[in-house]
Design a protein around this ligand. Structure first.
Ligand code: GDG
Length: 468
């Protein structure tokens, strides 16, 4: 078996597996199995001009190689281009993109620096798996340094159609960088098709402008590899005695009988204000839910130094306060809003104890919370998943109640349908969903991606020479 090199912006600590999320555990598992190296940013910054040394540590048969970023690199590459340009544009929020040329330069510079550092660690025959939007140019940079290994890329977020994609600065260069990979993986078929349409459009433009000779021929493979979770591990967490005790405490202390739950990083893509508006509509359209239903929204902080995230936090605090002020009573709080990280075991218990799982992002690559909610349910008496049609998960989880998150009345009707759903229908839908979540679990995701990466017959990637 070839050695595997995983590259991602952040690297998980193998000694802290218990605290890591499902994805980090999934990657650590495969590295443990076949031996390998995980390379990325160590999460720290150093002052400008200070040497950014690479640090290499060994944990059984996993090598962890990390390096810091300079303050300016952090600003331009991470905060700037990755999170203030690519994240909003790829999630179709052009209004929130902050475009400046320094950020693009920083993005290019950090990817070059990572490539230089990583290239000293690569051996012939290693398979290289690069993750996510921070690192799109990494393969092209490695190729420039002479790397001929097979390199795959997986994008965790959506890929937009051409009408949105071209709003990203340097989009033609980014596309050419993607063509340097042997395998480009997306979450859904819709992303694959958006990528292909964007590529065709850029090719047509190059042809029209007489630059087609300089446009690379792509010899790699493009396919969807929908990410999943470790179903058994999550379900087991939801079934422990401790989880049971937590659910009982929830039921004893909350006067509400119907628990609706949402769990999302506090991100503007997750549709949180829209969700609160929908919950308000539930209380207005179906007043029998007043004093009965509670929405528990767990929204841990994330990327707080990006302005758009501070704005959404204020909006949410205002909205939940307003709903509680208007509808709440001395013994009933309609919205319980928690702006902290909650332990994973507690999440599993809360999912199991909730009648409705509300997963209503405006745009989402996949959304693992949807799958975790399904995995955590009691099969004999399961809750109902209400799922946005704009989450990648909706391509597969068709037995959920699929909604348009922008339409508060539609989501309110779906919540009511979920609350009223007879046991037989709940069980039928849940059994079908659980089967799907099982079939496409995290093991299936990584194994199918790596099989495709190892199997392809194109041996040389493309080296981009001309910037369009
Ligand atoms: C990106 C893409 C894609 C959340 N709050 C807490 C907590 N979480 C955990 C959830 C889940 C994970 O974080 C979030 O994963 P999602 O998939 O829902 O969303 P993103 O963070 O936006 O992830 C997404 C994913 O990458 C994988 O490819 O699905 O579309 O945007 O596991 O449970 N975990 C703990 N406390 C919390 O308060 N412990």
């Amino acid at each position: 078996l070839s050695r595997l090199i995983v590259v991602s912006n952040r690297v998980a600590d193998p000694s802290q597996t218990a605290r890591a999320g499902g994805l980090a555990v999934g990657i650590l598992d495969i590295l443990r199995e076949c031996g390998g190296l995980w390379f990325g940013w160590d999460g720290t910054t150093v002052a400008e001009g200070e040497a950014a040394e690479i640090s290499v540590t060994e944990h059984d048969n996993i090598t962890i190689a990390t390096m810091p970023l300079s303050d300016k690199d952090y600003q331009d590459y991470y905060h700037g281009f990755s999170n203030s340009v690519l994240w909003p544009v790829f999630h179709n929020r052009l209004d929130l993109a902050t475009i400046n040329s320094e950020a693009v330069d920083g993005y290019r510079r950090v990817n070059e620096g990572f490539a230089r550092a990583l290239s000293t660690l690569i051996r012939p025959g290693d398979l290289i798996w690069i993750h996510d939007y921070h690192l799109i140019p990494l393969a092209a940079e490695l190729r420039e340094l002479g790397c001929r290994n097979r390199i795959g890329f997986f994008l965790h977020i959506p890929f937009p159609g051409p009408e949105v994609y071209v709003a990203a600065p340097e989009h033609a260069w980014l596309m050419r960088c993607l063509l340097a990979y042997d395998l480009v993986g997306f979450q859904t078929q819709a992303d694959v098709s958006n990528f292909e349409r964007s590529l065709q459009e850029l090719e047509a433009k190059a042809r029209h402008e007489g630059r087609y000779g300089a446009w690379p021929e792509f010899s790699g493979t493009v396919a969807a590899f929908p990410i999943g979770i470790d179903v058994e591990a999550f379900a087991a967490m939801a079934r422990t005695e401790e989880a049971q005790a937590r659910i009982q405490r929830l039921n004893r202390h909350a006067s509400a009988r119907i628990h609706i739950i949402g769990v999302d990083r506090l991100d503007y893509t997750k549709g949180l204000p829209e969700r609160l508006r929908s919950f308000r509509r539930l209380l207005e359209l179906y007043p029998e839910n007043q004093k009965v239903a509670t929405l528990m929204q767990i929204a841990p902080p994330t990327r707080e130094d990006v302005d758009a995230y501070a704005d959404i936090r204020h909006e949410l605090e205002g909205m939940s306060g307003a709903i509680n002020g208007e509808f709440g009573d001395f013994d009933w709080t309609p919205v319980r809003y928690i702006h902290r990280v909650v332990p994973r075991e507690t999440l599993a218990a809360l999912f199991r104890g909730s009648h409705v799982g509300l997963v209503t992002p405006l745009r989402d690559g996949m959304n693992l919370v949807a799958k975790e909610y399904v995995a955590a349910q009691d099969e004999a008496n399961p809750g109902v998943l209400v799922l946005s049609r704009f989450a990648g998960a909706a391509e597969d989880l068709v037995e959920a109640l699929i909604v348009n998150p922008y339409d508060p009345d539609e989501v309110a009707h779906a919540m009511q349908q979920a609350i009223k759903m007879p046991l037989a229908e709940r069980r039928e839908r849940h059994a079908a969903l659980l089967e799907r979540v099982h079939k496409r679990d995290v093991r299936h995701w990584r194994e199918s991606f790596l099989a495709a990466l190892a199997a392809g017959n194109a041996t040389l990637g493309f080296i981009p020479e001309v910037r369009v």
